[in-house]
Design a protein around this ligand. Structure first.
Ligand code: PLP
Length: 458
């Protein structure tokens, strides 16, 4: 084997040809590659491109990079950890960063959540949660409880069990047929956040629970924000009702806070809007401030006990990079920053500015809805947009925004300045206006009347 150069890639031009011929990107084709943007560095709220341009980042790198890039305290914590212990197996071994992080997670989440499983990504945290629920019921001598109930428009990741609880039509169910486990789906919550609650919203899910509970192990749901399934903000009363149903019918409640956790919706965790507790909680994305992959699944004493009473007596999961010390150190540093307490004000300022600056987009003919919650701003168009084309238009305006489906949305870092945020909102409105003024010419003609092919944040 010839040795490959490893030192000059930082300074050499980006090899776009190799990239398009050999490297998969998320939700991409190796036959018809889409243009990718070369990023060589990032700082604060800006991505720095190979041609020297700087783009204000409206995505926080898929909702994770809440403190901005190259933050000195996260970088320093990771550097120290790198020189001390970058990785060691977690089987039969423990280490200070994992203990410190787990202590903090136990302390900052609801009181009943006392046990922590450190997973390597959001999807794996969901797999772990589902597996815990199934093993729990084995331990409780009810092994027939194997189905999972969820709502439509959900998104929980791309691995197989996670896919099984994603939206049945918008998700990847049809693509993989019987290989994806058949789960139970209730309609998506309809009562919107900040509006009146319609109690009949819970009718169908109540009925499903009443009929199927002997077979239902758990309900899984994204609290308050259905993210990749449509950026829908729903009423906290729905969650309260769901908690009551789970208690009534002896079903575990799994809350997937992977997208919403750590302040994004204006509360540290979105479930706090409803004042409820989960039996199992999934965290990810902003856990490390978006610096490195790490997720966590927390559960109650009761769930942990049930799992240990299952025939295996142990929880059957243990990835190679479980509890990676470098990732735990990044997470501790990110939580330190959150604990400094600036985020609530930052998020509420972002929310106020988004509400003010996005409101008039509703006047454009192709805009169906404008909505804001916490540090999330959404312009929903009437038709599916052409993501690559819009991405290019946004880059020309000095911003990084990646729409999906009908949604032009942003989830900026909490540390974004007012002027950077205005740059993002102006660009969103200009693009929405352009699509409206050109009667859809901003949209791929073939896609104009189609729904998104499948739900992902891609
Ligand atoms: N759950 C939710 C609510 C998500 O939004 C995502 C990703 O967007 C996931 C799970 C999957 O996380 P990951 O992409 O880290 O596997």
């Amino acid at each position: 084997m010839t040795s490959k150069p490893t030192s000059d890639y930082h300074t050499s031009p980006i090899d776009y040809t190799f990239d398009s011929q050999h490297i998969w990107h998320p939700y991409s084709s190796m036959q018809q590659s889409q243009a990718v943007t070369g990023v060589v560095a990032a700082d604060g709220c800006e991505l720095i491109l190979d041609d020297g341009r700087r783009l204000v980042d409206g995505t926080s790198s898929w909702w994770a990079c809440v403190h901005g890039y190259n933050h000195p305290s996260i970088v320093a914590a990771m550097q120290t950890q790198l020189h001390t212990l970058s990785h060691v197996m977690f089987g039969g071994i423990t280490h200070p960063p994992a203990i410190e992080l787990s202590k903090r997670l136990v302390a900052m989440t609801s009181e009943s959540l006392t046990k922590v499983f450190l997973a390597d990504s959001g999807s794996i945290a969901v797999e772990v949660a589902l597996k815990m629920a199934l093993q729990y019921w084995q331990g409780k001598q009810q092994p027939q409880k194997q189905r999972v109930l969820t709502v439509k428009n959900g998104y929980h990741g791309d691995t197989f069990a996670a896919m099984s609880v994603c939206d049945p039509e918008g998700g990847m169910h049809t693509m993989f047929g019987d290989a994806v486990t058949q789960q139970l789906f209730a309609p998506a919550p309809q009562s919107q956040f900040g509006q009146d609650f319609e109690p009949s919203d819970l009718d169908e899910i109540s009925q499903l629970m009443a009929e199927q509970h002997p077979h239902i192990a758990a309900v899984i749901i994204e609290p308050i924000l259905q993210g990749a399934g449509g950026m829908r903000f729903y009423h906290p009363e729905y969650l309260r009702g769901l908690r009551k149903l789970c208690d009534k019918y002896n079903v575990l409640l799994i809350l997937d806070e992977i997208a919403t956790g750590f302040g994004r919706t204006g509360k540290l965790f979105a479930y706090q809007y409803a004042g409820i507790e989960a039996d199992i909680l999934c965290l990810g994305k902003a856990l490390t401030g978006g610096y490195i992959s790490l997720a966590a699944t927390l559960c109650s004493d009761d769930v942990a006990l049930g799992v240990s009473q299952s025939p295996s007596g142990v929880f059957m999961h243990g990835p190679t990079f479980m509890g990676n010390p470098l990732a735990c150190a990044a997470a501790c540093a990110s939580l330190d920053l959150l604990q400094q307490g600036h985020w609530p004000q930052q998020v509420s300022q972002i929310e106020a500015q988004l509400k003010q600056e996005l409101a008039d987009a509703i006047d454009y003919s192709q805009v169906a809805d404008v909505r804001v919650l916490g540090a999330i701003g959404v312009i929903e168009m009437r038709h599916t947009v052409d993501t690559p084309r819009l991405q290019q238009l946004f880059a020309e305006q000095g911003v990084w925004i990646r729409p999906f489906g009908k949604l032009i949305y942003i989830m900026p870092p909490y540390v974004i300045s007012a002027s950077q945020l205005s740059q993002l909102t102006q660009a969103m409105k200009q693009v929405a206006k352009h699509i409206s003024d050109t009667s859809g010419l901003g949209i791929d003609q073939d896609q104009r009347h189609e729904e998104p092919k499948f739900i992902s944040h891609g």
